[in-house]
Design a protein around this ligand. Structure first.
Ligand SMILES: *[C@@H]1O[C@H](CO)[C@@H](O)[C@H](O)[C@H]1NC(C)=O
Ligand SMILES: *[C@@H]1O[C@H](CO)[C@@H](O)[C@H](O)[C@H]1NC(C)=O
Ligand SMILES: *[C@@H]1O[C@H](CO)[C@@H](O)[C@H](O)[C@H]1NC(C)=O
Ligand SMILES: *[C@@H]1O[C@H](CO)[C@@H](O)[C@H](O)[C@H]1NC(C)=O
Length: 764
């Protein structure tokens, strides 16, 4: 009998059961919810909370007594709808527009013309301690062969005020046929500011046809991330370097620079043409993100009376120290505004966990338990007829029912079981055959499980450990106590039968320490279930970014993970009889055992490939964040697509930022650009600080760049990737020895012979 129809008749029984039980136990299912429909206040009582369409939560405010010092907002009602501006704080917060003419062959700058404007506020997020403002776009436009007009937009924030531009959430963008945009902060007052000059380059001269809309790829548009060690960014401007005339100004007279919220600007080719096309289109400005904090004072130590003027006044709120000052947050299980009295309100977890898979994992309640919200948390109880700790996934049947009810139910069960049983036997056999049982029975290395056995192994499908392509993944324990993961596979129809059998045979033949072993399968179900080796630490993605996050991952562990997964993939690619590719290489598909040994998993999209030939699949499968751009365009899958995906994984491993797909691949592109500029260290996980370690990461970054080449032909193959990583691993061991005797002797990335060789080979 299929799982679906089994659970169907199960649920009928359970329905009956709960109806009978309801008579005895009343009031079981009610949920204590928050008062629905009523929004909690965001500012102090009696204070206006909106300017036009912009919400103004405390500590921001407009009227007297409605804001903390530095957070005053001015609402200008001469606009329809009214617009919000940051108060100038005695002339310390403003935007300065500077116009300057350049004339003559030497491009001599003329007398600048200055004009100040107020800083417009877009919105505020108290949760993230962020506010967004409009900043104007800087431009430089040629008007003739000997004359150009520059317009620069300086942003000045009060140095003693609550705001700093976020180096993480903003980027520098340059737009133009040939432009090197650069960001200047603090205007050269300190040496640090001079050293901190992120810049990016777009050079298209003579190749204007090569632009791509959307993508900021260095062709007409470039982007630079701001190094996280930024000086305190209270003053900044986007400028240009060098400011001399360039050929081709007639068709594309202007270059633009802006400091803007990352991923906000989408390049469009028309921005290259016409006078002030971009700055005219975005005349109001572009959004930039500011971090705000209470700059005066620190969080009071535990148990001490908070000082006068302490900002975290809501009950159920907490305080968190920042580099300068502190911010307030609502405690766990509360949300709202921690800066006002009673601002933090209880979260209704039961309502939230219905909204997404992530929230369900965050607020677990297994076995269809009954979730009920309470102040400061939630309860999850087993449903009627069950007992145990549902929140941990333990519910067991209890039967202390009135005798009459038991008899009634028993009769019902006996009748239905008898009816179903004859049916079921036939069905089991049918599924077994449909799923290729007779063929697979003859294959060694693979064990065929009965449905009953799996039920026992998984303790009645009790522990869900994840979600695969086609359904849940369960944990199980074999008789010898070995843990296994049991995964529902795709439903097999007649046409797919051969393909499925081949797939199982290939997977069971893959025997490598870095590939998750397929141990067996169960075919007596509608969609076959596959039994795999279990990896205790979950996926690399979870360990880097997710629920199983580990704060400190040393570089040698990362190298070990990189080398191991490369070995696994190289092994897979080198299988003798046929060419195999994984098809969905990503950090979520690299599992880690308790010793951090990586195991490549989920061949969900693997297909057999005839050696040397690429197969065109109709639909794009796989994870967009990791997908080969060539695959996206042409649907052609090769082993080189796996190499690309692995390049993204390497990048995640060294930067510890998850890859985010944004059509423009700007994150991958800026990482690659930074690596080529020898600036990749700006991206690295900040937890890695030793110079030797950083050098190692740079070498891994170089390998990642070789994997991320847009042209698949130019990418390394998996075997070469593995060799490069093994060499770096060797350098790392050598380095560890050398540093202990002679200080830092770590090699430069160019010392990796293989990388050099492949480059030379390609040049020939
Ligand atoms: C409102 O904006 C207008 C137009 O920019 C400006 O002239 C005026 O001074 C502003 N009013 C206030 C109160 O800032
Ligand atoms: C730049 O030159 C133009 C005329 O060529 C003039 O109208 C404009 O005022 C000048 N701007 C500045 C800032 O000097
Ligand atoms: C840029 O493109 C993304 C995705 O297409 C879109 O969500 C976003 O609003 C666009 N940004 C602008 C400023 O149009
Ligand atoms: C926390 O919130 C609950 C209700 O949401 C309230 O009863 C309790 O007093 C609050 N705690 C503090 C310290 O204010």
């Amino acid at each position: 009998m299929s799982r679906a129809s089994q659970s169907h008749s199960h649920s009928q029984m359970k329905l009956l059961l709960s109806i009978l039980l309801l008579a005895a136990e009343t009031g079981h299912e009610q949920t204590m919810g928050a008062i629905a429909g009523q929004q909690p206040p965001i500012t102090r009582e009696g204070c206006p909370d909106k300017c036009g369409e912009t919400s103004i939560p405390f500590p921001f405010g407009m009227a007297r007594g409605c804001f903390r010092p530095g957070f005053q907002v001015v609402c200008n009602h001469s606009f329809r709808p009214p617009r919000a501006f940051l108060a100038d704080n005695g002339g310390r917060t403003y935007q300065r527009m500077m116009d300057q003419n350049y004339t003559g062959p030497s491009f001599r700058p003329g007398e600048p013309l200055r004009r100040n404007k107020a800083v417009e506020l877009i919105d505020v997020s108290v949760d993230k301690s962020e506010a967004r403002i409009y900043t104007a776009v800087s431009s430089i436009c040629s008007t003739s062969g000997t004359h150009a007009v520059g317009r620069y937009a300086f942003t000045y924030l009060d140095k003693a005020g609550p705001f700093l531009a976020s180096p993480v959430r903003n980027v520098l963008v340059g737009v133009g046929a040939r432009v090197e945009a650069t960001m200047v902060s603090s205007f050269g007052e300190t040496e640090k500011a001079m050293a901190y000059r992120p810049s990016c380059l777009s050079d298209l001269v003579g190749n204007l046809q090569f632009t791509t809309d959307g993508e900021c790829s260095g062709r007409g548009c470039c982007v630079a991330v701001l190094p996280p060690e930024a000086p305190l960014l209270t003053r900044f401007v986007a400028g240009f370097r060098p400011r001399h005339r360039r050929p081709g100004w007639e068709s594309s007279p202007c270059s633009y620079g802006m400091v803007v919220q990352s991923s906000w600007y989408n390049f469009s080719t028309p921005d290259l043409y016409g006078y002030e096309a971009l700055s005219g289109r975005l005349a109001r400005g572009v959004p930039a993100v500011l971090d705000f904090a209470i700059r005066k004072g620190r969080c009071p130590p535990d148990g001490q009376q908070p000082p006068a003027g302490y900002a975290c006044v809501s009950g159920n709120s907490s305080c968190s120290n920042e580099a300068r000052g502190y911010v307030c947050k609502c405690s766990e299980h509360y949300h709202g505004n921690p800066y006002i009295t009673n601002g933090c309100q209880d979260v209704d977890e039961c309502k939230l966990r219905k909204q997404s898979h992530e929230l369900r994992l965050l607020y677990p309640c297994y076995d269809d338990g009954i979730c009920s919200n309470r102040v400061g948390g939630y309860d999850c109880r087993c449903k009627p007829g069950m007992k145990g700790a549902a929140i941990k996934g333990h519910c067991t049947e209890k039967f202390p029912l009135p005798a009459k009810v038991v008899v009634g139910i028993a009769a019902f069960i006996v009748v239905s079981v008898l009816m179903v049983m004859s049916h079921q036997l036939l069905k089991l056999k049918r599924f077994y055959e449909q799923n290729g049982g007779p063929v697979l029975k003859g294959v060694k290395n693979i064990r065929i499980y009965r449905r009953k056995q799996l039920k026992q192994i998984t303790n009645n499908y009790r522990h869900i450990i994840g979600e695969g392509h086609f359904g849940k993944v369960y944990m199980g324990t074999l008789e010898d106590k070995q843990h296994v993961a049991i995964k529902i596979s795709i439903k097999v129809d007649k046409d797919m039968k051969k393909e499925f059998i081949d797939e199982v045979i290939i997977q069971s033949g893959m025997r490598h320490k870095n590939i998750v072993r397929l141990l067996g399968c169960c075919l007596e179900v509608d969609a076959p279930m596959l039994v795999y080796e279990y990896a205790a630490r979950g996926s690399l993605h979870d360990v880097l970014f997710g629920l199983r996050r580990i704060d400190i991952i040393p570089v040698h562990t990362r190298l070990g993970i990189a080398v191991g997964s490369a070995e696994g993939l190289a092994y897979m690619h080198s299988a003798v009889e046929s060419t195999i590719r994984h098809g969905d290489v990503k950090s979520a598909n690299i599992l880690l055992d308790d010793k951090f040994i990586p195991k490549v998993s989920d061949f969900g999209t693997t297909r057999l490939l005839v050696r040397g030939k690429s197969v065109k699949t109709e639909r794009v499968v796989g994870d967009l964040n990791y997908i080969d751009p060539i695959y996206m365009e042409h649907g052609v899958v090769t082993q080189k697509s796996d190499v690309y995906g692995f390049g993204v994984v390497l990048m995640e491993l060294i930067t510890r930022r998850p890859a985010i797909h944004d059509d423009r691949r700007s994150y991958v592109a800026s990482f690659v650009q930074a690596s080529l500029d020898k600036q990749a260290r700006n991206f690295f996980d900040q937890a890695i600080t030793s110079e030797g370690d950083i050098k190692l990461l740079e070498m891994v970054g170089e390998v990642a760049v070789e994997c991320l080449k847009p042209n698949p032909e130019e990418r390394l193959d998996m075997k070469q990737v593995e060799q490069c990583l093994v060499q770096i691993m060797g350098q790392s061991a050598q380095h560890a020895q050398e540093t202990s005797y002679h200080g830092d002797l770590s090699p430069a990335p160019d010392d990796i012979p293989l990388l050099k060789e492949t480059r030379i080979a390609r040049m020939q």
